[in-house]
Design a protein around this ligand. Structure first.
Ligand code: CUA
Length: 307
């Protein structure tokens, strides 16, 4: 076996292409022979079928050759499997936390992000866990897909060789917000990555949106003027809304103060028509994050009315 390290894209693509190529080759060969034999040896030309006896050489050939071909595919698959399992020693380890319905990424220095920022050409090892139900981390551009299982840690790795943005999806049905459980892998140059890693600064990134994604808000409150499991936040700010509270139904104005209360203690005043299923964020975010999230929701309203 070679000691060269394949990255996950090379490993998967190589085996896929080999298997696909062999399948195509034999599909065409068998189909062509089938047609040829049907035409050439049809009953009209050969009313009496020939009496064909065994041919040891031929039989040995069609046992041995396909076995070798299948073994070659297995060997390639096995090497690819090992490549997917073994992260290079210099990989940066990032903890991935899956929850209904968002991803968060925690770096070795404790920094967390809702978007997976990585450095070009530096391998990344993901230690994946779930805080609630089964999810599955899927990054098609890097050919990795690994279940996130409550109570255990699963691993995957990849080498980001090209600068750019790539999709991250959840590919295990995990409830009503499953389809919104998406994030991104953003591959940065060395300098930009260091700025992010040390100071949390990324050029052109929207901190409000980042928080909105990281804390999982987007799972129930999809952006773009539609309501999901929770109310549409783009039209709520400043409106008078009817809520269900311990004191019965009443009307409140969805002002800054109400937004804060509904993030920290969402169960206290639930908009009529929605279930009280949002988790309380009291103690789960600091004051500056709370302020930025409230601003983000206020600005959503503005963007909506400008259109
Ligand atoms: Cu998480 Cu689907």
């Amino acid at each position: 076996m070679t000691s060269e390290i394949l990255d996950t894209v090379q490993a998967v693509d190589r085996t896929l292409l080999l298997t696909f190529g062999v399948s195509i080759f034999f599909f065409l060969l068998i189909t062509a022979l089938l047609v040829l034999f049907v035409v050439r040896y049809r009953a009209a030309r050969h009313p009496q079928a020939a009496d064909i006896r065994g041919n040891n050489l031929l039989e040995a050939a069609w046992i041995v050759l396909p076995t070798l071909v299948v073994l070659a595919m297995f060997l390639s698959g096995w090497q690819s499997y090992l490549a997917l399992q073994r992260a290079p020693g210099n990989a940066m380890e990032v903890r991935v936390a899956a929850r209904k319905w968002s991803w968060s990424f925690t770096y070795p220095n404790g920094r967390t992000s809702g978007v997976l920022y990585v450095e070009q050409n530096r391998p990344v090892r993901l230690a994946i866990g779930s805080e609630d139900v089964l999810h599955s981390f899927f990054a098609p551009a890097f050919r990795i897909k690994r279940d996130a299982v409550p109570g255990m840690t699963t691993y995957a790795w990849f080498r980001p060789s090209v600068i750019g943005e790539f999709d991250v999806l959840c590919t295990e049905y995990c409830g009503s917000g499953h389809s919104a459980m998406v994030s991104r892998i953003v591959v940065l140059g060395e300098e930009e990555f260091r700025r992010f890693y040390e100071k949390g600064e990324v050029e052109g990134s929207d901190r409000g949106l980042e928080l909105f994604t990281r804390h999982g808000c987007v799972g129930c409150h999809p952006l773009g003027g539609v309501s999901g499991v929770g109310p549409d936040l783009a039209t709520v700010f400043g409106k008078t809304i009817e809520v269900e509270s311990a004191a019965g139904r009443r009307k409140v104005t969805a002002d800054e103060d109400y937004l804060r209360r509904s993030i920290l203690q969402p169960g206290a005043e639930v908009v009529v028509g929605y279930a009280a299923i949002m988790p309380a964020y009291e103690g789960r975010m600091d004051e500056s994050e709370l302020g930025e999230l409230v601003d983000f929701v206020k600005n959503l309203q503005k963007k909506e009315s400008e259109q």
